[in-house]
Design a protein. Structure first.
Length: 310
């Protein structure tokens, strides 16, 4: 039974008696407060690095809307009076050659290189990964050793070879090596992917009477699609942006690629149409971006599943 004094104090709204327990701060709030300065500094540093990386891209976009005389020496990213004549003049061509000719030539080389790499390198990778033959380890070591050779070391011997074969000023020197599995990096990439495939698939196919070609075409290639897509993306980008190869082997302007077409904006007197050059360089990025965006999901799927074994 409660005392009259206590009930009176509660009715009057008096504070409850002290219990000796003091409220404590949430450990989660204190942890967030300690991590806030470090997180803020990390984000600021990331934005600063991003600004440095994107500055050339922004400069090129702004330069494509400037006059040629305003590009060199100007500190402004975007012009006060932008022009679009740099893009419209591309339809007129360069030295009586249509710009579409350069793009068609580059597309021919890029697509041909992709087909050659996928066919030759996948066959070579299958041989190293699935077939046991004499000298396999030695040949694989020699193939990997070619990665240590700089491109410029092989440039002169290859040029002499193709000149003696009367293949200069054709696309053959640029495409033929792609069909001979000379790209050791892509062979190694595909071979490592094929080695991770379950051996039970090959054994089951052999029990059904399949040979190596049937196993390669019907089983291995569909499972290696992420590696094939990755190789195709990098091959297309490298072939599209290649400058040294077409410069060495191509002599006629109507066979030039986009990279050589950009060089034609500088005339023999050293005067350069920088505005047109920058505009065409931006247009030349569109096929590469379109190719990458189209197949990027396969690239991401390959990175996500490359470490999984069935």
């Amino acid at each position: 039974m409660s005392s009259p004094g206590l009930s009176t104090s509660l009715d009057q709204g008096a504070p409850p008696p002290a219990t000796g327990i003091t409220p404590t701060r949430s450990p989660k709030a204190g942890s967030l407060r300690r991590r806030l300065p470090g997180s803020l500094a990390w984000h600021i540093g990331s934005l600063a690095i991003l600004a440095v990386i994107l500055y050339p891209v922004v400069w090129v976009v702004g330069g494509s809307f400037k006059k040629s005389e305003d590009i060199i020496g100007s500190l402004d990213l975007f012009p006060g009076d932008p022009i679009v004549s740099n893009y419209t003049r591309l339809t007129e061509g360069i030295a009586d050659i249509s710009v579409s000719t350069f793009f068609l030539n580059s597309l021919t080389l890029a697509v041909g290189s992709v087909v050659g790499i996928l066919v030759s390198c996948s066959l070579t990778a299958y041989a190293f990964a699935k077939i046991k033959f004499a000298g396999r380890n030695l040949l694989f070591t020699l193939m990997i050793g070619t990665l240590l050779l700089p491109y410029h070391v092989l440039l002169i011997p290859q040029y002499v070879l193709f000149r003696n074969m009367e293949m200069i000023n054709t696309y053959t020197p640029l495409l033929l090596p792609k069909y001979l599995a000379t790209e050791a990096f892509f062979v190694f990439l595909m071979m490592q992917f094929m080695r991770n495939l379950p051996k039970e698939l090959d054994e089951a196919a052999r029990l059904d009477g399949c040979g190596h070609l049937r196993i390669y075409w019907s089983i291995v290639l569909p499972l290696c699609r992420p590696a094939l897509i990755t190789s195709a993306i990098f091959t297309f980008i490298n072939a599209w942006n290649d400058f040294m190869g077409p410069l060495i082997y191509l002599n006629e302007p109507d066979k030039y690629t986009v990279s050589l077409g950009l060089k034609m904006f500088v005339d023999q007197e050293g005067l350069a149409n920088y505005g047109g050059m920058i505009a065409m360089s931006l247009v030349a990025l569109l096929p590469v971006l379109a190719f990458f965006v189209t197949f990027q999901r396969y690239l991401i799927d390959g990175m996500a599943t490359s470490g999984l074994k069935g």
